[in-house]
Design a protein around this ligand. Structure first.
Ligand code: NAP
Length: 257
């Protein structure tokens, strides 16, 4: 369906594990050069090794730092000669109840999830505009834009903020030939979730019409679509990838299935 990504360069923040590594796997399978970014060189090396012989570069990056995001863009251009697509995926989701949402807790989550998105777009913008492709794909979430979950008010706010950003960014980027869209994952199976145990995972799966958690590649394929030449007329949009999780009106609807 899609053209090959052979010779195209994709930057993936948070590419060292979880959904970001799944996105990297999908893009390398499609032939792309991939730059994966995260805070730990050890994790990045392990991720790069898991991607086999694909053209992969790594860069230790803290997306809360504008300087670090600029260094990521420069390192990508040095490694591969340009940037065709950017997947802003790095994110954190520590739980905190409302009474504990002090400045430090808010700064940490909004700084990573929202500022990190804006800083990476700003750092890569001129390179994306110079590309014949020019794509930004944001990993948001159903939590915040669509659903709520106790302990994640700050996380939900950061994920909704990404979407507010995307809608205006799409307008500013359009004259430069760059699109920006967001994928909203539901509950996706990552290394972190595996530690919670089978009983917990079964409970999560039971609340999803498809009765399973998503795979990281499910998000990767959605990102691949938004980054493809075929999606060139799609911008400022969102795609929920959740096995139908947000659909039931109430728990009884799941029992009626
Ligand atoms: P994960 O497994 O914990 O991976 C997070 C990635 O982000 C890691 O590579 C991590 O590497 C990196 N990272 C964290 N803080 C960073 C920073 N300041 N600078 C650079 N890299 C940073 O998480 P995940 O579940 O794959 O989540 C990825 C994205 O999907 C997040 O935006 C999350 O909100 C979203 N999401 C996930 C789910 C889900 O079910 N998993 C659902 C909805 C949305 P280091 O720690 O080594 O820096």
């Amino acid at each position: 369906m899609f053209s090959t990504f052979e010779g195209r360069t994709v930057v993936i923040t948070g590419g060292s594990k979880g959904i970001g590594l799944g996105i990297a796997r999908v893009f390398t399978s499609a032939g792309a050069n991939v730059m994966i970014a995260g805070r730990s060189q050890v994790s990045l090396d392990a991720a790069a090794q898991s991607l086999g012989n694909a053209p992969v570069a790594t860069q230790v990056t803290d997306v809360t730092s504008e300087e670090s995001c600029r260094e990521l863009a420069a390192a990508t251009v040095e490694a591969f000669g340009g940037i065709d697509a950017l997947c802003t995926n790095a994110g954190i989701f520590p739980s905190a109840r409302l009474e504990n949402l002090d400045r430090a807790a808010l700064d940490e989550v909004i700084g990573t999830n929202f500022y990190g998105t804006a800083f990476c777009v700003a750092a890569c913008l001129d390179h994306l505009a110079a590309s014949a492709l020019g794509r930004v794909v944001v990993t948001s979430s159903i939590t915040g834009p669509i659903t709520g979950y106790p302990g994640w008010a700050h996380y939900g706010a950061s994920k909704a903020a990404q979407l507010g950003y995307v809608r205006t960014a799409a307008m500013e980027l359009a004259p430069r030939g760059v699109t920006i869209n967001a994928v909203l994952p539901g509950n996706i199976m990552t290394e972190g979730l595996a530690d919670l145990g089978q009983e917990y995972l079964d409970g999560m799966a039971a609340a999803i019409p498809q009765k399973r958690l998503g795979a990281v590649e499910d998000i990767g394929y959605a990102a691949l679509y938004f980054a493809s030449p075929q999606a060139g007329y799609v911008t400022g949009q969102t795609l929920v990838v959740d096995g139908g999780q947000v659909l039931p009106e109430d728990p009884g609807a799941l029992e009626e299935m």
